[in-house]
Ligand binder design. Structure first.
Ligand code: MTE
Ligand code: MO
Length: 257
């Protein structure tokens, strides 16, 4: 994923509204309404920092999908659409800020998920213990701002269940994740508690392959791809926006709600 240019002095509100004109209705109306209800112009990833063509490309890409996908990206209270097995994209794409052969190899035997922040029980979790959490499977669409999307199958525990188990203060504003290779990501608490937000341990029927985020990734079908951290080693509940890898380079952490 490449860095996008920040153009100083560009009126971002106008830029986004302009780009939204390319969207067909009802996507356009939904988008503009969503922006107003959030009181923020930075509704979608990157759009608040990027140049016009990029904003247009992202919005055009999203508008290609059915209303359900759009609604889920624009409204945190909506469920993302799920798909049948037959819709799964063969050879689900790999993406990261490095090449596939550079994906971090985490040792599952010694792995411990570090817990921090506004949480009662900060005992780190082994993979063995994490696997014992009740798990469910979702077949959902992953949308990357770089212009591709794919449907995949992910199995794991609801993040909301886990947050309850560790006694997280769910009135806090954010959950922050740190990844093995240095990637990081902050999500808002409503998204963390969303029923489809998952601590993922399997892709398809297999233990999550290294390229897709072994040993654990956070799957968030109501957020764009870059808000789905892979190789998560640490989770913090916090009232401070801790930013993230792309967010620190100008992306809006909200990215799709
Ligand atoms: N740790 C980590 N997580 C990450 C990234 C990354 O570079 N490192 N890239 C993000 C982006 S931009 C995308 S589109 C998805 C890609 O996930 P996939 O390889 O399973 O398709 O991972 C996201 N999570
Ligand atoms: Mo992405």
């Amino acid at each position: 994923m490449r860095k996008f240019r920040l153009i100083p002095g560009v009126d971002k509100t106008l830029l986004i509204k302009d780009a939204a004109k390319l969207m067909p209705d009802p996507a356009r109306r939904q988008f503009l309404r969503g922006a107003a209800s959030l009181g923020a112009l930075t509704l979608l990833t990157g759009c608040d920092i990027v140049d016009g063509p990029t904003a247009e490309r992202v919005l055009r890409k999203i508008s290609e999908f059915n209303d359900g996908v759009q609604a889920a990206l624009f409204n945190p209270n909506t469920l993302a659409p799920t798909y049948p097995e037959s819709a799964i994209t063969p050879d689900f794409p790999f993406n990261a800020y490095y090449g596939e052969d550079e994906a971090p190899v985490v040792n599952g035997e010694t792995y411990k998920l570090e817990i921090g922040g506004l949480v009662e029980n900060k005992t780190p979790w082994t993979l063995e213990d994490l696997y014992k959490l009740p798990q469910e499977r979702q077949i959902t669409r992953h949308i990357c701002v770089e212009g591709w999307s794919a449907i995949g199958s992910w199995t794991g525990a609801r993040l909301s269940d886990f947050l309850k188990r560790i006694g997280a203060d769910t009135s806090a504003k954010y959950v922050w994740f740190r990844c093995a290779e240095g990637y990081s990501n902050t999500i808002d608490m409503p998204t963390a508690l969303h029923p489809q937000t998952q601590m993922t341990f399997k892709y398809g029927n297999e233990i999550l392959p290294v390229k897709y985020g072994y040993p654990m990734k956070i799957r968030i079908p109501t957020k764009l791809g870059f808000k789905n951290p892979k190789h998560v080693v640490s989770l913090h509940v916090t009232n401070k926006d801790m930013g993230g890898y792309w967010e620190d380079q100008g992306y809006n952490w909200f990215s799709g709600s």
